[in-house]
Design a protein around this ligand. Structure first.
Ligand SMILES: Nc1ncnc2c1ncn2[C@@H]1O[C@H](COP(=O)(O)OP(=O)(O)OP(=O)(O)O)[C@@H](O)[C@H]1O
Length: 212
């Protein structure tokens, strides 16, 4: 479904050299590595947000950075679900209104079971500003999943959640990819989360090393 071929990238210094990766349907991949090793940058490259210096990223056999801007935007809007460390909810609107935006853009219904799994079904009428950080994080994840993306790119999705709530979120993500024939690429510092994925790669010396 998603493939990276010979991806290299540098900012002031070289971050990656000739990275190759494949994600299939119903598959989950964890990316781990030292702070500053380039995990978030790689996720940005894979998720259509940052064109690498060289190499290609293919989604369903199309080189995404060679597509017309409008096509790339469509993929980003419809097929890719990107969960950032910082969530971009609309403050001043209620939780439900934030979810409604996703249903309007995708014409999918909000999945009440998902909201229950994430334990946020009871906060729908509250304003975003009244929710705790963890509730906001889970609401932003519910909003991404409501779009029914084919691939979820998640950058430390459980970063500011306690252990129990992290489990809820990861259960929701793993259930989602199974039920929707989707894929997951997860950047995490937490080894126990990485272990739940089908494959784990570590960014070491400009390369991806598979950890078994
Ligand atoms: N837009 C940018 N311009 C210049 N340098 C950047 C840019 N984005 C990231 N970097 C640099 O690239 C390196 C890798 O950053 P990145 O955020 O990808 O690492 P990371 O492994 O995700 O780190 P962490 O685990 O701390 O979140 C860092 O040195 C960072 O300063």
């Amino acid at each position: 479904m998603l493939q990276a071929k010979g991806v290299s990238h540098k900012f002031d210094y070289e971050l990656f050299k000739d990275i190759n990766l494949q994600l299939h349907q119903q598959e989950s991949i964890a990316i781990i590595g030292m702070s500053g090793s380039g995990k978030s940058t790689l996720l940005n490259i894979l998720s259509s947000l940052l064109k690498p210096n060289s190499g290609s990223v293919l989604f369903k056999d199309n080189e995404i950075y060679k597509l017309k801007k409008s096509k790339l935007l469509n993929i980003r809007r419809e097929d890719f679900g990107i969960i950032f460390q910082a969530h971009y909810l609309f403050r001043g609107f209620s939780a439900k209104e934030n979810l409604d935006i996703a249903t309007l853009l995708s014409s999918n219904e909000v999945d009440m079971n998902l909201l229950k799994t994430l334990k946020i079904e009871h906060v729908l009428t509250q304003g975003v500003g009244e929710l705790s950080g963890g509730q906001q994080q889970r609401l932003s994840i519910a909003r991404v999943l409501t779009k029914k993306p084919k691939i979820i790119f998640a950058d430390e999705p459980t970063g500011n959640l306690d252990k129990e709530t992290s489990l809820l979120v990861m259960d929701a993500l793993f259930n989602y990819i199974k039920e929707n024939n989707a894929g997951l690429i997860l950047v995490t510092h937490e080894e126990n989360l990485a272990k739940r994925c089908n494959k784990t790669y570590k960014v070491v010396d400009l390369k991806l090393e598979e950890i078994r």
